[in-house]
Every structure is written in C-alpha cells, then in structure tokens.
Design a binder for this molecule. Structure first.
Ligand code: ZN
Length: 394
C-alpha cells in the first residue's frame, strides 16, 4: 500500500531539515522524497502541513518485561513465563504508540524478548523491530543476577555467550559493574573483568553480533571499552581516559538519563525501594556531568531510556529526549541520537535510521515542529514500520 505524505516538515535523521516536502513509501521502502507531486501514485494521502516526519525512532535500551512501577524489578523477578510474555507484548505496543519502531531489549527474565521478536517477525502479533539479548550475562551475585545468567571466569563466559547466540540473541548484554536496582550490589564496583568481557565480545564478533555493557563506575567502564564492547550503557563516571578510550575504539554511549531522573524524582514516597533511591541519587550528578563531557568530546551518543525501570514508562521516549536537550544537545542532535546514530550502533544504518529513498519505510509523524515546540515528541500521530501503518491517533 502506497502512502503519500504531502507538504511535511522533514528531519532526515542525519542532521538535515527540510520544509514542505512530499514523501511516498510502501512496504518495500521509501520510494520518493522531494517537491514533486506523487499523489497519483498513492493509495493513502496524509496532509502533512502541521506535521513533522522523522525516521522511525530507535530506543537502544528498554526492558519490555518490566512495567515501570515503583518496584518493577521485584515484579519481573516474580513473574511466570506467561505473565512476562503478556507484559512484554503490552509494552511493545506502547513503544509503537510513542513512535519507537525499533528497540534493543537489554535483558529480560527467560528469553521473552527473543520469543517476542520471533512472534512479531512471524506476524503473530504487531510490535516494534526487536533486537534481543535474552538473559544478561552477569557474574555470580552480580547486577541483575535475579534474572541473568551467572558466570565466573573466561570459560564460563565463553559458554554463556555461545549459548545466548544459539538461543537467538541478536547481541550480548554484559554487566561490567554493579547497578542501582540490584539490592546488595555496589553500583560503581567493577564486576565482569576485562578478560571475561573480551571473550564475550570475541564470541559475539565471530557470530556477527554486537555487545552492550551495563557500566556505571569508571574502572568497569574502561574494562568494558578495552574489552571491545559496542555500547556503554549509562556511563555514569566517565573520566578523561574513558573518553579517550571511547574515541579510540569508536564506542557508543547510551546514556539512559531518564532512569535515575525518574527514580530520584519519585523517590521512596512513591514506593521505590530505599536502596535504589539512594544509589540513584549518588549517580545522578556524575551521570549528567559525564553525558555533557561525552557530548562536548564528540563521543557517539545514541538514545536509550532504560524503560521499565521505576516510573520510566514504555511509551515515554520524550522524557529521555528532553533530558538530552536539557544537558546540551541541539534538537537536530537529539533526533540524530534517536535515529541514525542508534541505527549505526545496531549496524542497520544502511536500512533505517534516516529518511532516504531506498531505505525501509520506518516513518513517524508528530504534531508540530520540535525545533519550535519540543513537546511535539509527545504528540505522535502516525507510525509506520516497513511501510505498514502500526498506529494512527484517531
Ligand atoms: Zn537496563
């Protein structure tokens, strides 16, 4: 079905903005972008005059099995396979409604994300394109051990990494440090060693896959970068050496500013466990400083929310985008981080992440122009994935 969007403001995801542009696409890809009238080719015409067209948004860090309530971690740990699957499906739909056409799921109990990806690919249910890692790889008693695969030593990590890939993981999630939502674990402390992560990266690379490291403390971050991970998640404490290493290795930063923001903002009064609030309060100031530093130093920053953590809801990508803007990014940079840069981190930038003829028709239409009204990201009107209309606001 050919969709024609007439006279729209268009951000291409690669830093360019055009006004009054016409866009024609179908399930095979983007067919035309320009000023000519393609309406005679169209099966459906959308008047784009008050709208802005963006590439389908990409959230590089979500947890589809976590619901964003005050103690979502305990809930996800207690879930049965069935409930976890239903939860993930509902959250996947919310992502689509927010214009998020592609998500990278950074760890779930069981391998729900892998199974949901299969169900979506088969057309059993509708949802975003999912990059899944299944259960995260963590040290014994490490961050997210309650739903992770616990391993110690290079050989056990090698085995776990191979097993994940056998099970259908698109990438491997590694816990380089402690984290804010695991009781009894120091958030900044190093966990998997450089050698352990290096073997996981090697297994992933050999299988043509990528890696993500949860990394908060400075030493753990550097261990992960040196080990060769693709993305540093959170990156709370980035010192000059870490920044230098990221430049050398072309490592991406996925900041997830919304995660500590929501935990600190809502606090124990809202029912968030005290230990989580305390650890996130400690992390927030260095986290913001590290983001600013990474941005100033031109580190590759790709957007990710950590959706599913307390009050960090699926379908609220806008808060993360607002925080990135608040911490110094321009509107064009924010859009780039949530589209092209994120696609590049996934290795699919030749297919999506920008609005260009020949690419997949992942197209989002929002009401208004974010350069004059950033809250336009909160008014998603139409969402297309591979040219298929998955959501329209009625
Ligand atoms: Zn996470």
């Amino acid at each position: 079905m050919k969709t024609y969007i007439q006279s729209v403001t268009l951000y291409d995801g690669r830093g360019n903005k055009q006004e009054s542009i016409n866009l024609l696409f179908d399930e095979t890809g983007i067919l035309e972008i320009g000023t000519a009238d393609y309406s005679s080719h169209a099966d459906r015409i959308i008047d784009g005059r008050s709208l802005t067209a963006l590439p389908g948004l990409i959230d590089l860090h979500v947890h589809l099995t976590m619901d964003g309530t005050a103690d979502s971690m305990s809930k996800t740990v207690a879930d049965s396979v069935g409930v976890a699957a239903y939860r993930a499906l509902v959250h996947a739909e919310k992502q689509i409604q927010a214009g998020v056409v592609t998500v990278r799921n950074c760890g779930s109990k069981y391998n729900i994300d892998i199974e949901l990806r299969k169900a979506i690919s088969e057309g059993i249910v509708k949802g975003p394109r999912i990059f899944a890692c299944g259960q995260p790889i963590t040290m014994t008693g490490g961050h997210c051990h309650m739903f992770g695969t616990e391993v110690d030593g290079v050989e056990e990590v090698r085995k776990a990494a191979r097993l994940k890939i056998k099970e259908g993981a698109d990438f491997l999630k590694l816990m380089a440090t402690g984290g804010g939502l695991t009781p009894g674990v120091k958030a900044g402390a190093s966990q998997l060693t450089e050698e352990e992560m290096a073997i996981a990266c090697q297994v992933a690379n050999e299988a043509g896959k990528r890696t993500a490291a949860h990394a908060q403390g400075c030493e753990g971050i550097k261990n992960a970068i040196r080990a060769g991970v693709t993305t540093i998640e959170h990156g709370v404490e980035l010192d000059d050496e870490a920044i230098q290493l990221m430049k050398e290795k072309s490592t991406y930063l996925v900041p997830t500013l919304a995660a500590p923001y929501q935990i600190v903002k809502n606090g124990t009064a809202a029912g968030i466990p005290e230990f989580a609030v305390r650890k996130n309060e400690e992390a927030m100031v260095p986290h913001r400083a590290s983001f600013r530093k990474a941005h100033q130093e031109n580190i590759k920053i790709a957007a990710g929310t950590d959706a599913g953590t307390p009050f960090n809801l699926h379908g609220d990508f806008a808060t993360e985008l607002e925080l990135m803007k608040e911490e110094g990014m321009s509107v064009l940079e924010v859009i780039h981080a949530a589209t092209y840069m994120a696609a590049e981190a996934l290795g699919i930038e030749d297919k999506t992440g920008s609005l260009e003829v020949g690419k997949w028709a992942d197209v989002v239409l929002i009401d208004g122009d974010p350069q004059t009204d950033f809250s336009a990201f909160r008014r998603v009107m139409h969402v297309f994935k591979n040219g298929e209309n998955l959501f329209s606001k009625v």
